[in-house]
Design a protein around this ligand. Structure first.
Ligand SMILES: [Mn+2]
Length: 277
């Protein structure tokens, strides 16, 4: 897609998954998500947990107009016919007490099943349920919530300086996460455990969030999708009309939005063998 095309067009997908928005924290990149929601529509919209960060809100109240705008935008989509399913995560676990209820057209579920256009049955789950099973350090817990928040703050300051110098955004915590060996172990362990869970329960695949690492790939015959986050990677998972999945990254810089299909294409190529059958 031409970068300018995203300014005026709305893309319609069969389904969109977003997670780890962390509304209620300074780290939430609400403007980016709002822009994404404006330009992308779908028949199904899955909110795959950690949409609102109750842990941080309890410590200090942080709620901007843009955070309200996101809630309004999602409610409006539900009114206009998008089927919205909210699967709470660990940071918004308070919402888990409302499981099986419907609010404003939004169905709250402990987990969900999504059937892709090609018939594949996908388990939709946040993923924190399996933290305890993962042996080598839950890096999020290990780093601690406060340290993670601190790193994100540091990162914002650092990138403010980079921006003044005309340099592109660079994610410090993403860098740390990807470089630290334990974190890498954690990510692959998490992906494998979620894929195994889907297999054990007879699903064709799993879609989750939680680890802030957008992905779509085949894990030994199980389709694994992760919707990423709106704190750093600014990513969502989408289903095309034929049932294939891809990751969409949605960074934009001021007025010029750059839809970055490069990574999505990379992710889509191994999928063609798994999905189209
Ligand atoms: Mn989580």
């Amino acid at each position: 897609m031409h970068p300018d095309a995203a300014n005026s067009t709305t893309h319609h997908y069969r389904a969109i998954w977003i997670s780890d928005v962390h509304l209620g924290t300074a780290g939430c990149r609400a403007d980016h998500l709002l822009d994404f929601l404006k330009h992308n529509d779908s028949d199904f919209l899955y909110l795959v947990g950690d949409i609102v960060d109750g842990w941080q809100l309890r410590k200090s109240w942080y709620w901007k107009q843009s955070h309200n705008d996101i809630v309004q935008k999602i409610l409006r989509k539900a009114r206009k016919g998008t089927k919205v399913i909210y699967v709470p995560g660990n940071h918004d676990e308070a919402a888990r007490q409302y499981v099986d209820l419907d609010f404003g057209g939004i169905a709250i579920r402990r987990e969900a099943e999504h059937r892709l256009a090609n018939g594949k049955r996908m388990l939709v789950i946040h993923g924190d349920e399996f933290d305890g099973v993962i042996q080598y350090a839950k890096w999020l817990a290990y780093l601690g919530d406060s340290l993670y928040t601190f790193i994100l703050q540091l990162n914002r300051g650092f990138n403010w300086v980079r921006q003044k110098m005309g340099k592109p955004y660079w994610s410090l915590s993403q860098y740390l996460k990807l470089k630290v060996k334990n974190a890498v172990n954690f990510i692959s362990d998490f992906e494998n455990i979620l894929a195994n869970e889907a297999r054990r329960r007879g699903f064709d695949g799993v879609i989750c969030g939680h680890i802030h690492k957008a992905e779509v790939k085949d894990i030994e015959g199980i389709l694994y999708g992760n919707s990423g986050d709106w704190v750093e990677s600014l990513s969502a998972l989408v289903e095309h009309p034929d049932g294939t999945l891809s990751v969409v990254f949605w960074p934009f810089n001021g007025t010029s939005r750059t839809h970055v299909p490069a990574l999505a294409n990379q992710a889509a190529s191994p999928l063609e063998t798994t999905c189209v059958s």
